[in-house]
Design a protein around this ligand. Structure first.
Ligand code: DX5
Ligand code: ZN
Length: 215
């Protein structure tokens, strides 16, 4: 069963509570944290996650687009994130392993993220130790509303094979340019969690947009 994770990056931050309630027919809430260093944009941080946590029971899928993300694992876990996903490109491998270990100790679910340039094989050392989620970016991280990169589909297929072999409970998520057409391609390639910002928040009927993504 595919899960839909609306990205609040496309919400109106002046009415964030209402915009979160508007997506209550979805499964997870995708929270994009950007530091202005790992990506050129700056979005939201720990205090916003704390506030969201008080107002929704939705699973908070927190995508950290920050340099050296291990610095922030405890803060986001304490703020109420259910899952933290960290970019493999954001630090050296020992530090990524250490950050994942810290997530396990804190009881938060563990994800890794790949920029478009990063190969499928890069997940193997982490997947073999157990992960809850692998996120494949289907745009360059940093901004909503970009066009889907269809050349990421073979990467999804390859990672789905690795997941079946090494950690079958791990989810495979896609993020960037997801609409009903690209969602279908991603699910066929092995994705089971679909992040969507503009395709949901720019739609005239949000529950219908969420249903359309489920296919
Ligand atoms: C981009 C973010 C995405 C973004 C997706 O760096 O990680 O989650 O909100 O937006 P859309 O669905 O509009 O491409
Ligand atoms: Zn994201």
């Amino acid at each position: 069963m595919v899960k839909i994770a609306p990205s609040i990056l496309s919400a109106d931050f002046c009415r964030l509570g209402e915009d979160i309630r508007a997506v209550s027919t979805a499964d997870w809430l995708h929270v994009d944290v950007m530091d202005g260093m790992f990506v050129p944009n700056i979005s939201i941080g720990v205090p916003v996650v704390q506030s969201i946590r008080k107002h929704t029971g939705m699973f908070l899928d927190t995508h950290l687009m920050v340099e050296k993300p291990g610095r922030y694992v405890k803060a986001f876990a304490d703020a109420g994130a259910d899952l933290l996903s960290i970019h493999l490109e954001a630090d050296m491998p020992p530090a990524i392993h250490a950050a994942l270990d810290e997530m396990a100790a804190l009881g938060v679910k563990r994800g890794i993220v790949l920029r478009p340039i990063t190969s499928a094989e890069a997940v193997l050392p982490y997947l073999k130790e157990g992960l809850d989620l692998i996120l494949v970016m289907t745009v360059e991280p940093g901004f909503g509303g970009q066009a889907f990169m269809a050349d990421m589909l073979p990467k999804l297929t390859a990672i789905r094979c690795y997941i079946e072999k090494y950690c079958p409970t791990c989810h495979l998520e896609v993020d960037g340019g997801i609409n009903p057409d690209t969602a279908k391609l991603c699910v066929e390639a092995g994705a089971d969690i679909l992040v969507a910002g503009s395709a949901i928040y720019n739609a005239p009927d949000i529950p219908a947009a969420i249903a359309a993504l489920r296919g």
